[in-house]
Design a protein around this ligand. Structure first.
Ligand code: SAM
Length: 569
């Protein structure tokens, strides 16, 4: 029997429907792509776009967002002269408060329909897909929904790169949600976003971005990734740097407002502005990382420097190297990663604003708890500390049982440094404490909790533990060290509802698809760290650590043997 939909239209017999947020679509099996796990991505994007519409409207009203002055083309200048016009300033076009959205890789159109029905202040949504079946599905799905959706969503079929450039006025928001890598779509996308507009980009090629294929990452994103515990944040920073590089070629630059590593993918939200002047800052917004090949120590180095000179600024290459020839802890060599984005990856006002939008309409968002956890975590991150340590990989390097996360956090604060968690890893510690202080804290911990195993003085752990600590760590509970003191006691890491909550294979007929294989990494591993994290959380009453773990990069202890062993003395 055919069923009835909210629009009153019948559903073809034997076809299932899916409802997410305010939208309903037909489930077309393998013919058109649909991944229920991406509800988190879609919920998050609805909330971010709602905040963007509100924010942009305020900026237009108070004059902080203006269309850039367009230079007259030579033909326009001649026309003006012939007409006897004065050579006065070029008028700025008035910005429309309502927004046009391009969903360049729309598949079923679910996301576009949700945008139409759940976001106020939308003027038009172009739901584009290369695949004929997908474009047909968007048309069919529009029929199932409130007529507001058909009034706003315009289904188109073609390559996203052409779609992006075919609207000369651009789009206030461009959404890229491809299979695998978005790299080949970035250049046209940064051009298609109107002034101060929002670019929303998903990347699921985490194996590439997290350093399993460094050379592939270099060719796609122009960065050498490192497969180290911080690789999920590094992946975000690689994508941001790549977006900035593409924008710079068109005298534009990006301002990240939210950048999240979620289960099996990353999603970034950046605003795009035009300014030849600001493009000069770009090198000073990138950095390299020197990673010890023998332990978890790492040091960062800016690519470029910007310093005041007279009334302006001077720009110069970064100073370096910031490290001695050999790792001070283990005597091993370094591997170098980068360049990647060094500046904040979120705008905290946006994070708070998006959280408020989510709270105010929680019934609409199926993935409310997950998104709230991610945003709460992001709101607590130290904004000026790129990358993080993983306590458990440090302990693996030392071959000792890990202390509780909050015990080490306290020792860091008691030593006079700042510390926070990271949304990208429940065991991650962001801190401005240098590696020697982190190792001193661990040395003091091991001195109080000695291992029964004999120590080989030539091993990395032997070298690390044979040094006398320069500071005496104080593990007493410190104010400001506990995660829950930074915000409400909400669970930060929410378990996923199903076992195979991860990437889905491509739909059957995308034979023209320009992107390469779906080189995603699995959503999660059953890392042994999970158990300890949960135990830590329970033992220390830390509500912030939950059971879901992002995929853990290979530990330094495992990786170090692979990397330039010849440097080890
Ligand atoms: C991961 S799906 C998109 C999912 C969708 N955004 C959602 O939220 O459900 C990727 C889609 O990109 C389409 N695609 C692949 N290459 C494309 C291209 N060059 N231009 C436009 N669409 C493309 C595929 O046909 C597929 O439907």
């Amino acid at each position: 029997m055919a069923g009835q939909q909210p629009s009153g239209l019948p559903v073809p017999e034997g076809t299932k429907t899916v409802t997410e947020g305010q939208a309903t679509i037909l489930h077309q099996g393998e013919n058109v792509f649909y991944n229920p796990a991406q509800v988190i991505n879609r919920d998050l994007s609805v909330a971010v776009l709602r905040y963007f519409v509100k924010q942009r409207r305020e900026e237009i009203e108070n004059g902080t967002l203006k269309a850039p002055r367009q230079k007259r083309t030579p033909a326009e200048a001649i026309q003006l002269k012939e007409a006897g016009g004065a050579e006065g300033p070029v008028q700025r076009p008035k910005l429309d408060e309502n927004i046009r959205i391009l969903e360049g890789l729309a598949a079923s159109g679910l996301r576009s329909i949700r945008y139409a029905l759940e976001i106020e202040g939308v003027k038009r949504i172009d739901a584009n897909d290369l695949d004929e079946a997908a474009a047909a599905a968007v048309r069919q799905n529009l029929e199932l929904n409130d007529s507001k959706a058909s009034g706003l969503v315009r289904p188109t079929q073609g390559d996203v790169r052409l779609a992006a450039l075919q609207n000369p006025d651009g789009y206030e928001a461009v959404d890229l949600d491809p299979y695998g890598s978005p790299a080949q779509f970035l250049d046209t996308a940064v051009q298609a976003v109107s002034e101060g507009g929002l670019l929303l980009v998903t990347a699921t090629d985490m194996a590439v971005l997290c350093g399993n294929n460094g050379e592939a990452c270099w060719s796609k994103y122009g960065c050498y990734p490192l497969h180290r515990p911080y690789c999920h944040e590094m992946a975000l920073r690689i994508l941001l740097a790549s977006l900035e590089a593409h924008a710079n070629r068109h005298k534009r630059h990006i301002v990240p407002v939210l950048s999240l590593s979620i289960d099996f993918y990353i999603r970034v939200f950046v605003r795009v502005y035009t300014s030849a002047e600001k493009v000069k800052d770009s090198a000073s917004k990138q950095m390299y990382v020197y990673q010890s090949s023998g332990c978890d120590s790492f040091f960062t180095q800016p690519v470029g420097r910007k310093s005041p000179k007279g009334k302006g600024f001077k720009f110069a290459p970064g100073h370096g190297p910031v490290v001695p020839q050999q790792c001070p802890e283990t005597g091993s060599g370094w591997i170098m990663g980068g360049p990647f984005w060094s500046q904040p990856i979120h705008d905290q006002a946006w994070v708070k604003g998006i959280l408020a939008i989510l709270e105010a309409d929680k019934g609409n968002f199926q993935a409310y708890s997950k998104v709230r956890g991610l945003l709460t975590s992001a709101s607590e991150e130290l904004p000026d500390v790129p990358l993080y340590y993983n306590l458990h990989t440090m302990c693996k390097t030392l071959r000792v049982t890990p202390p509780g996360n909050s015990t080490v956090r306290s020792a860091i604060v008691n030593a006079g440094y700042r510390v926070s968690g990271t949304h990208a890893n429940p065991l991650g510690l962001k801190t401005d404490a240098p590696p020697e202080v982190m190792w001193d804290i661990m040395r003091c911990w091991v001195a109080e909790h000695p291992s029964k195993k004999p120590l080989d003085p030539d091993s990395y752990e032997g070298k690390l533990l044979s040094k006398e600590p320069k500071i005496q760590a104080n593990f007493a509970r410190a104010n400001g060290a506990q995660r829950s003191q930074h915000g409400p006691r909400v669970p930060r890491f929410i378990p996923n509802p199903e076992a195979n909550w991860g990437p889905k294979s491509r739909h059957k007929v995308a034979r023209w698809d320009a992107s390469e294989g779906n080189d995603s990494v699995p959503a999660r591993t059953s890392a042994p760290e999970q158990a300890t994290a949960i135990a830590n959380a329970a033992g220390e009453g830390d509500a912030s650590i939950d059971t879901a773990m992002p995929e853990q990069a290979g530990t330094v202890a495992e990786e170090k043997t692979k990397d330039d062993k010849q440097h080890v003395t």
